[in-house]
Design a protein around this ligand. Structure first.
Ligand code: ADP
Ligand code: MG
Length: 321
């Protein structure tokens, strides 16, 4: 590598520290120093992306940089936090400046969109892996929790479901999709759009929320388990993208929507009397939202067809172990 480790950090990463009164000291000392505004809770999370486990080996470095931040932003959205500061730990088989430049560009593109400050991290040699730790702020006590869903809440999801799962099958050559539509699916996998405002605006409206990273059934299942509830989902109400509807048969599409991971949409629950408010809020934000079912007291998660029969998905949700 032509540049030293420190020169790389200065050139590509220190430039992503924002000029912000909360950052007393960013990159360059042994640790960063942050000033937490009065009346705020700090919300912290971390996610690792490992080659082959979380992304295909030929993922473009800019897409990987974008996605490493996006999956962490998704957790902030689901807690209703405003993301503020990130740390980046990057392990590379060999220090390739061209790769790092592209990675930092993808990461920086999204960081700038939300004025997030990169305040530190680590560079090491090893199998390709990216870990991002993110911290956000919210007014004390206003976080959206998985455990606070109520019985008879309506269940909502944003955007469309299953598209990233189709992209993974395209890459693994398990599914053929017309060239015209491929781009849509790959874009959903590589550049998931995270709408931080959704979480923030739902702080006082929703009862519970989770981001869909492992598939709707698995993630809604986490809400239900934490809240000790069940749910009934109306399978025909699952939001499917136009490319999904024209390229995949209905049963397969529902399987993707229920069990494929990597969607990074928000699933939330709210009491029925909030429905009109939720519809006009999302209309105002110009973000698609769908009511897909209702929580129950049974402890079971059931997907039903319009005629009442149960739909049992064949796919398995993404499991980490
Ligand atoms: P130390 O040797 O004390 O661990 P480093 O040499 O790892 O310090 O890092 C020096 C500075 O550069 C620190 O402020 C650290 O947070 C920052 N840094 C290192 N790697 C990265 C990275 N990939 N992205 C952002 N900041 C980094
Ligand atoms: Mg270090």
């Amino acid at each position: 590598m032509s540049l030293s480790e420190f020169a790389i950090i200065r050139k590509y990463f220190a430039t992503l520290t924002t000029d912000d009164s909360t950052v007393q000291c960013g990159i360059g000392d042994d640790a960063a120093i942050l000033s937490i505004p009065d009346g705020m809770d700090v919300v912290v999370s971390m996610d690792t992306l490992l080659q082959d486990h979380h992304f295909p080996p030929d993922t473009a470095p800019a897409d990987l940089g974008y996605k490493a931040l996006a999956v962490n932003l998704s957790d902030m959205m689901a807690m209703a936090a405003e993301p503020k500061w990130v740390l980046l730990s990057l392990s590379l088989p060999e220090p390739d400046e061209d790769w790092i430049e592209k990675f930092a560009a993808g990461f920086g593109e999204l960081a700038r969109q939300y004025a997030i400050s990169l305040i530190g991290g680590d560079l090491s040699r090893g199998p390709l892996s990216v870990t991002v730790q993110i911290q956000g702020l919210l007014p004390i006590g206003t976080a959206l929790r998985r455990s606070r869903a109520q019985r008879d809440d309506l269940i909502y999801v944003t955007g469309t479901l299953g598209d990233a799962g189709v992209a993974l099958d395209i890459i693994r050559e398990k599914r053929c999709i017309a060239e015209l539509h491929k781009k849509h699916f790959l874009q959903c996998l590589n550049r998931p759009e995270i709408n931080i405002a959704v979480g923030i605006r739902l702080r006082t409206i929703a009862n519970s929320a989770i981001d869909i990273s492992d598939g709707l059934l698995a993630d809604l299942g986490h809400i239900l388990e934490a809240s000790q509830l069940g749910a009934e989902i109306e399978i025909e109400k699952l939001p499917l993208s136009d490319p999904m509807q024209v390229s995949v048969d209905k049963t397969a599409a529902w399987n993707y929507a229920l069990t494929a991971g990597d969607d990074y949409q928000l699933c939330f629950t709210a009491s029925e009397n909030r429905h009109d408010q939720i519809m006009s809020l999302f209309n105002e934000m110009n973000i698609p939202v769908c009511c897909i079912g209702k929580t129950t007291g049974t402890g079971m998660l059931i997907s039903r067809m319009a005629d009442g029969t149960e739909f049992k998905p064949t796919g398995k949700s993404y499991a980490h172990f």
